[in-house]
Design a protein around this ligand. Structure first.
Ligand code: R5P
Length: 309
C-alpha cells in the first residue's frame, strides 16, 4: 500500500506556491481550500477532498491578513475533524501573534495562548512552524500549549544560499536576542548584537521604563563586540516586519566600517517601504517563501516535506 495516498495536503489562501512545492516532493496533489468572503467580511471555507480516515496536512502561513488567515485555518481544521480526518497537522511557517508570547504588561491579552487554545479546540493534532518567534524556541520539538509541535529552522538553508551567491568571506551576526537560536543553529555560536530600546522621556531602557502604555516611540540603539571594519557582514534574523531592526542593525555595521552587507530572514513581511530601503542598504537580500515577496527565493518546501515524511 502506498502510505502517501493516506495523506491529504490542503492549502489556504496564503500558501499556494509553498504547498505546491511540498506536494511535489511528497508526490501528492495539493488541494486548495475553497475560501470565500461574504459581503460582511465573514469567511466561508469548504474542503473539496475526502479526508475521512486520512492524515490531513493543512498549509497556511499567517501573513498577509493575519486575522483572516487564522480564521480560515481554524475553520479548515475544525471542518477536517468533523469530516473524520484521522490526524490533522498544520504547517504554519509564519505563526501570527507569536510575538505576543507573554503578558508584557499585566492586563494585556496573551494573544498566542488564545490562538493556541483555539487551534487545540478546533482539533489540531500537530503544528509545524519555521523559526517561530514564540518564546524563541530552539529548532526541534516543543510543546505549544498542549499541541505537540516542531519548529524548523531556515537558518542553514539561508546561509547556504548566501554562501553560493557571495562566497564564504563574511561574518554572520543576528541583530538582536530574537535571532540567537537561529544564529546558533547556523554557525554553532550565538553571535548577536545587543538591541536596546530607550525611552526618550525618562532615558531608561524599555524593560525599566514606567512610561509604557502610552504611544511613545522608543529610540533603538545597537551595540556589538564584533569588529566589522573592512569585513563583509551577513545579518540574519527570524522576521523582517517594519524592517526597523534590520535597517538599524545594518546602519550600525556600516557605520562601524563593514564592507558589503547581506541580509536574510525567514519571514519577510516588509511593511511599508522597508523592502526598498533594505535593497538599497544591502549587497544581497534574501528571505524564504514562508511569505511570498519579490526576494522569497529560498524555498522551505524541502525542509517541510522532510519533516512531514
Ligand atoms: C525580534 O525579536 C525579532 O527577532 C525581529 O528582529 C523583529 O520582530 C523584527 O521586527 P521589525 O522588522 O519590525 O523591527
Amino acid at each position: 500500500m502506498n502510505l502517501m495516498s493516506e495523506k491529504v495536503l490542503l492549502f489556504g489562501s496564503n500558501s499556494k506556491v509553498l504547498a505546491g512545492g511540498i506536494a511535489k516532493l511528497l508526490d501528492l496533489t495539493p488541494v486548495r481550500l475553497e475560501v470565500k468572503k461574504f459581503p460582511d467580511g465573514e469567511l466561508y471555507v469548504r474542503i473539496d477532498a475526502d479526508v475521512k480516515g486520512k492524515d490531513v496536512v493543512i498549509v497556511q502561513t499567517m501573513f498577509p491578513n493575519q486575522n483572516d488567515s487564522l480564521i480560515e485555518f481554524i475553520l479548515a481544521v475544525d471542518a477536517a475533524k468533523d469530516l473524520g480526518a484521522k490526524n490533522i497537522t498544520g504547517v504554519v511557517p509564519y505563526l501570527a501573534y507569536s510575538r505576543q508570547d507573554k503578558r508584557f504588561q499585566p492586563t494585556e491579552a496573551w494573544s498566542i495562548k488564545t490562538v493556541a487554545e483555539m487551534l487545540k479546540a478546533a482539533g489540531l493534532n500537530k503544528l509545524i512552524t519555521v523559526d517561530t518567534h514564540y518564546k524563541h524556541v530552539k529548532p526541534g520539538e516543543f510543546d505549544f500549549f498542549g499541541i505537540p509541535s516542531i519548529n524548523l529552522s531556515a537558518a542553514k538553508i539561508l546561509l547556504e544560499d548566501v554562501e553560493k551567491k557571495i562566497g564564504k568571506d563574511f561574518i554572520t551576526i543576528g541583530p538582536d536576542f530574537g535571532s540567537s537560536e537561529m544564529i546558533k543553529y547556523a554557525i554553532g555560536k550565538k553571535i548577536v548584537m545587543q538591541k536596546e530600546k530607550v525611552c526618550p522621556d525618562c532615558g531608561k531602557k524599555y524593560s525599566q521604563c514606567i512610561c509604557r502604555g502610552s504611544k511613545r516611540k522608543y529610540e533603538i540603539s545597537f551595540k556589538s563586540e564584533q569588529n566589522f571594519k573592512g569585513k563583509n557582514v551577513f545579518v540574519l534574523d527570524d522576521i523582517i516586519a517594519s524592517g526597523g531592526t534590520m535597517i538599524r542593525a545594518i546602519e550600525k555595521v556600516k557605520s562601524d566600517g563593514a564592507k558589503k552587507v547581506t541580509a536574510a530572514a525567514t519571514h519577510g513581511l516588509f511593511l511599508k517601504d522597508s523592502l526598498i530601503k533594505l535593497k538599497e542598504l544591502t549587497n544581497y537580500l534574501i528571505v524564504t517563501d514562508s511569505i511570498s515577496t519579490p526576494v522569497s527565493n529560498v524555498s522551505l518546501a524541502p525542509l517541510i516535506a522532510e519533516a512531514l515524511k
